[in-house]
Design a protein. Sequence first.
Length: 737
Amino acid sequence: MKEQELMELFADLSIEEKIGQMLQLSGNFYETGDTEEAVLTGPALEMGIGEKEIFHAGSVLSVFDSEKIMDIQKRFMQKHPHHIPLLFMGDIINGYRTIFPIPLAQGCSFDPEEVKHAAEVAAEESALSGLHVTFSPMVDLVRDSRWGRVMESTGEDTYLNSCMARAMVEGYQGDDLNKKGNIAACIKHFAAYGAPTAGRDYNNVELSERTLREFYLPAYKAGIDAGAAMVMTSFNTLNHVPASGNKWLMQDILREEMGFEGVLISDWAAIEEMIAHGYAKDKKEAAKLAIEAGVDIDMVTSVYIKNLIKLLEENAISMEQIDACVLRILRLKNALGLFENPFKDLNAEELKKSILNEEHRALARMAAADSMVLVKNDGILPLQEKKDKIAVIGPYATSKHLYGFWSILGREEDTVSLEEGLKRRGLKETPVFAEGTYVLPEDYEFSGIVAGEGKRREKTEKEFLVEALEAAAAADKVVIAIGEHAYQSGEGGSRSEISIAQNQIQLLRQISKVNKNVVAVLFHGRPLDLREVEKYANAVVLAWFPGSEGGNAVWDILFGDVNPSAKLSMSMPYSIGQVPVFYNEYRTGRPFHGEKGNRFLSRYQDIPNRPLHPFGFGLSYTTFSCSSVEVSSEKLGDEGVTASVTVTNTGKKAGKEVVQLYVQDVTGSTVHPVKDMRGFEKISLEPGESRQVSFHITEDMLRYYDIQMQYICEPGEFRIYIGDSSDTENYATIVRE
Ligand code: GLC
């Protein structure tokens, strides 16, 4: 509807209706039949709300069934005094029913276009189900693999995360929210939720303003600049102030500096949690603090709906503050066209045709292969499809749970396992499959989620091992499929260890004794300590949680149908002792470069400083060379400088290389990292083919916060690195006068 009509509607709303828009409830509040009573005497009573508040709400989360959405919206519209439609929101993080690789894996593709297409598919399936908003992309920069939610991020680099945030927002929203197949995106979790102390979920975050601004904020801004309709507050405190009540973060930075005019929603109960944080003495104060920070929607608590009228009556808050929130919510509904069509794209018939269709599966399969990182290969890969007798061993040999924690609608029956993927290829030598062990020891307990695969343990570990060793001994090559359980990462999935369960390492060790040709494929939601895997395997492929087509994509990689091109979006630590470890570290006054004998350097006594594999690292089945960096001028004027290299495919297979650009400000009024990514280009080269890759360097790419917190490019020397990984030493020097 036109803005004028919207303002007329708005002017006609009662205060209860306005505040109702700021309440988000979960779908169970709209159950019908005999559960209706149960709701009113159960969760609703607990929240202190009744049917009136329920049918005044502004949005619902986590209803994914199209018939339910249709039913709820119909009944709601009838009951609402002004028939204002609900917004339906949900966590579509890496696909709706066609499940794509987890975002940390998608980051490894270094292919924003492919990530955008995956988001488009997720939006199409979600929109046809009746969803209007996804709580994605998660844009939190991550450096600590103990934190379970690293799987949801696209990694440790500001520039890469910015590219991926933009790609996902564009993929979800298209160029007009009102258009068919588009849903609203939500940038989360604002801000710096990915830096919890000790990698423990929901823990406090301590960051200097300089670090916050240089590393953590830019990717949120990239998503907002791409037009994200919503932002979600984070659970954490930032320098002792919870995000949902943090006026500096939400008003000064998000609204003023970043110019965000969309809807700000709290994370789950995050407004009420300010009491637990020790920041609000009670719900009324929590409501006041959140309103002052400009949080528009209270997710799943009654803090707003039970306290805002009282605060208004006491003149503790103003009607203008309420009106601003409500108008943003109504404008989002209007942008989605919900006043004209409250069901938007909901269409059960079209949904059936869209879900997991051939085109969607093909994209999911390619995205999965493009996210798998080859970190070791002694030449055993690619496997010889026509020749090798293969044994596939390990808990992921036959598992269909190849999707990550936030694949809420992921289903095993939709997922291609390694066993199914291999059998479809009709090998000459019939492959053998043996689980060998379980993902987790039987006594492993997740808090709140049942351990293991939820199935009865048919065999003892000993029986498993015997069967696996027989299969391995009889095969030419073994593919051992091991890794984490999907619930070992994700929300609430912080771990003190980043190793694979010892029962799986034990299996690998035993297998390597009876067969010297072992390829390890890992399924995981975080960087892991790979030392023992690399010790016993000839090749190692990181498959992450690859999604619906994982079982096909793994074989596309192992047989060489797809030449691996993925690069690490997050460093693989040498050990947990290094964590947090990330490529753009600082030099210190006593830099350590591996030299022996000098104790008094910035080093460990027992492990190296370098991760096992750094950000940006990944192998191919071919090899590439990169010439030294040429610059168009050694002086950086206002027109900028072009830095170029020539990349050559020096191997025998066509392949893709991610050519990466990093900068270093050698000396400044504040110290700067050894290097920071400022660009990348993924190129395809035939064997023997060479191509020049150029990056245009402008002063804005060399800016940092100086000692006065001015964001400027200070005069002096800069190194321009171009290479195939963050540990490249290939650079040229330029000077900014
Ligand atoms: C969760 C997560 C958030 C998610 C929200 C709704 O606690 O922190 O990422 O979008 O609640 O499910």
